[in-house]
Design a protein around this ligand. Structure first.
Ligand SMILES: NC(=O)c1ccc[n+]([C@@H]2O[C@H](COP(=O)([O-])OP(=O)(O)OC[C@H]3O[C@@H](n4cnc5c(N)ncnc54)[C@H](OP(=O)(O)O)[C@@H]3O)[C@@H](O)[C@H]2O)c1
Length: 254
């Protein structure tokens, strides 16, 4: 039985705890955090819920706190033995180099606490200080998912940037679209089939081959009309910069 401490009580900590609690080979010894209210959501998932300084030695410590809190949290962990990993897409593995055994377990998905996810299809990117630690992480990752890949810190940072485009930026575009609908008494439901089909096409094909619309056609008249109808300065800027990027991309390819 491998004992695990999870540090952090946010989205990733919750999803990891939910997935790991079903695995017989792993025991969540403790979940640690600074907010009693957040910790109370983990009482059924871990043997104990404590503050970080009260943690006891375990085999694997998973640090799932905000990127800029990782270094600070390390100072309060009361042991140095075992394997330490963080779950960040953009923080280098070296941040954990004070521990002999360290690595990264980066699940590539957008996690929101309370919204169920099937971990089986979530890619888990791993990296570790020694081959033996890779073996340990591979075992944990394969217990959770069928998609496990070893990647380096520089590759993970690039992957994280790509993920920001795929998830954060597209989602903000959905938000802009929803705001435009709301301010014109239109239901966003009208756009949901388009949203679904666009994502489905990009999943099944090369996204660069699926692009359509005025910017791809370099239809400057329509672009100017659309810009004129947008009263919100931020929306205008986003429309303009994305149109320019699309036109330049396909202009170059033609
Ligand atoms: N969310 C995702 O989709 C996703 C996907 C892959 C990887 N990741 C990575 O996973 C890690 C956790 O992300 P998350 O989405 O779970 O974050 P989150 O939901 O915002 O939770 C952050 C956690 O960090 C704790 N924290 C923040 N500042 C702290 C500090 N100064 N000292 C101690 N604890 C502190 C928070 O505690 P309080 O509640 O007390 O503030 C909370 O438990 C990050 O490295 C992130 O990059 C996230």
């Amino acid at each position: 039985m491998t004992t695990i401490n999870i540090i952090g009580t946010g989205n990733v900590a919750w999803h990891l705890a939910m997935a790991l609690q079903n695995e017989d080979e792993y025991a969540i010894q403790a979940v640690a955090g600074r907010s009693p209210e957040a910790l109370s959501q983990f009482t059924k998932l871990a043997t104990s819920c404590v503050s970080v300084d009260k943690l006891q030695l375990c085999d694997l410590t998973i640090i799932a706190v905000a990127d800029d809190a990782i270094k600070k949290v390390l100072k309060t962990i009361p042991y140095t033995e075992g394997l330490f990993v963080h779950t960040s897409g953009s923080v280098s593995m070296e941040v954990l180099s004070m521990y002999k055994n360290h690595g990264v377990l980066y699940p590539l998905q957008s996690f929101s606490k309370g919204i169920p996810l099937d971990f089986t299809h979530i890619p888990i990117c791993i990296e570790a200080s020694h081959k033996s630690n890779i073996k340990v992480l591979e075992k944990v990752a394969f217990a959770l998912s069928e998609k496990v890949q070893e990647i380096s810190s520089p590759q993970r940072k690039k992957l994280h940037i790509a993920a920001v485009f795929v998830n954060n930026f597209t989602n903000h575009c959905y938000t802009i679209a929803q705001d435009i609908c709301t301010s014109n008494e239109l239901s966003f439901d009208l756009l949901r089939p388009l949203l679904q089909h666009t994502a489905q096409k990009a999943v099944q094909n090369s996204p660069s081959k699926m692009q359509t619309g005025p910017a791809k056609r370099n239809d400057q008249e329509t672009i100017a009309t659309h810009l004129g109808h947008l009263s919100d300065r931020q929306q205008q800027k986003v429309y303009d910069i994305l149109s320019q990027a699309i036109t330049a991309y396909y202009g170059k390819k033609l």
